[in-house]
Structure formats: structure tokens, C-alpha cells
Design a protein around this ligand. Structure first.
Ligand code: FE
Ligand code: FE
Ligand code: FE
Length: 209
């Protein structure tokens, strides 16, 4: 049972997703969940997990859309053509992933909806800081951009890995297939970035003053 994640209400209620139960998480008493024998435990449990799953979809959907805006900036900031190409390619892939997520909402019979992902917002802020703090045209900038991008990929890998597994648990093979496809793309991208760093960027960065 341990389900400790209290959902964080976005302080600015303005862009809250509609519908979903307003965050009223303030329950002081520790035992609000004494699972009353009524209310059919098994079916309500399934409902909660599915809701959590859909919330996760909304989160990563927001994140992917944010990435379609961030990747062009990262591409432009990169020094080497190789990294520019990698970011450009991943932008195209990311746009497909947005569409694929819309398909997942569809097979789940849910409305397509984005919900702000605080983690991705932070990771992208960090990427912007890196661009500001490293010298234009330097290999060190590419080293830093690769690290920032890999932090993003790892967040995505964790998200899609978990969501694909949840889809399987929920008996939704259709959703699992779609999520698994994106998971593999994120893993491939992570590996490619490692290769670029280790073969072509890191050592050159080490030589520059
Ligand atoms: Fe992605
Ligand atoms: Fe998130
Ligand atoms: Fe990605």
C-alpha cells in the first residue's frame, strides 16, 4: 500500500486541468484510508491505479511538448554538426512521440490532456542555464548540452518504463506497445549521446582552454 505521493497542487490554479478532483489534499488525520469493507475494494483499487496511470500520461505529454520547444534551442546552441544533427533528429522523433501519446489517450478512451511536469520544467531550465554559462562555439558547451540532454532522456526512460509496465498491469497491451516503442527510442537516444560524447566531444573539450 505505501502510496506516499501527495499530489502537488500547482500554486497557480489557473492552468489546472479541468475536471479532475481539485487538490484537496490536506487531510490531517493519518488514517483516512481505513479501507471500509464496503465500496468494493478490488474494483476501486483498479480505478485508482488507472487514474494514476492517466495522470502519468498527462505529465509526460506535457514534458514531450515542452521538449519540442526546447530541442530547437539546444540544436542552435550546439557547437558540432554531429550534436546539432542528433538534436534535430530527436526533435523529429519527439514530435512522433507526442502523436503516439495521443494514441495512448485514445486507446484508453481518455481525452488528450497535458499537465505540467515540474521535473521537465526544471531539467529544461537547467539546460538553458548551461547554454548561458558555457562559451558559444566551445566543445565544453557540447559536453554540457549532452549531459543536460541525457538527464532529460533518463527522466523519460523512467517515465515510459513505469508507464509501460503499468499498462501491462492494467491489462492494456495496446497502450503498452505504444509506450514501449517510445521507451526504446529514448534508450537509443541516450546511447547515441553517450557515443557522441565519448568518441568525439569529451576529448576535444579537454584540449580547449
Ligand atoms: Fe521523448
Ligand atoms: Fe513529471
Ligand atoms: Fe527523448
Amino acid at each position: 500500500m505505501a502510496k506516499a505521493t501527495a499530489k502537488k497542487a500547482t500554486a497557480t490554479g489557473s492552468e489546472k486541468t479541468s475536471g479532475a478532483t481539485a487538490p484537496k489534499i490536506k487531510s490531517t488525520s493519518s488514517s483516512n484510508r481505513s479501507s471500509p469493507g464496503k465500496s468494493g475494494s478490488s474494483s476501486s483499487e483498479e480505478g485508482l491505479l488507472e487514474k494514476f496511470f492517466i495522470d502519468g500520461l498527462k505529465d509526460i505529454y506535457w514534458a514531450e511538448k515542452a521538449l519540442t520547444k526546447a530541442l530547437p534551442k539546444m540544436q542552435k546552441a550546439a557547437t558540432t554538426d554531429q550534436l546539432k544533427t542528433a538534436f534535430g533528429d530527436h526533435l523529429a522523433v519527439t514530435k512522433e512521440q507526442v502523436t503516439r501519446l495521443e494514441q495512448v489517450f485514445e486507446v484508453m478512451g481518455k481525452k488528450v490532456q497535458a499537465k505540467k511536469c515540474d521535473a521537465m520544467e526544471g531539467l529544461l531550465k537547467e539546460a538553458e542555464g548551461i547554454i548561458a554559462d558555457t562559451e558559444k562555439g566551445s566543445f565544453t558547451r557540447d559536453v554540457a548540452l549532452i549531459m543536460a540532454a541525457q538527464k532529460v532522456e533518463h527522466y523519460e526512460i523512467a517515465s515510459y518504463g513505469g508507464l509501460a509496465q503499468l499498462a501491462a498491469t492494467l491489462g492494456r497491451d495496446d497502450a503498452k506497445q505504444l509506450l514501449g516503442q517510445t521507451l526504446q527510442e529514448e534508450k537509443d537516444t541516450d546511447e547515441l549521446l553517450t557515443e557522441i560524447a565519448e568518441n568525439n566531444i569529451n576529448s576535444r573539450a579537454e584540449q580547449e582552454d
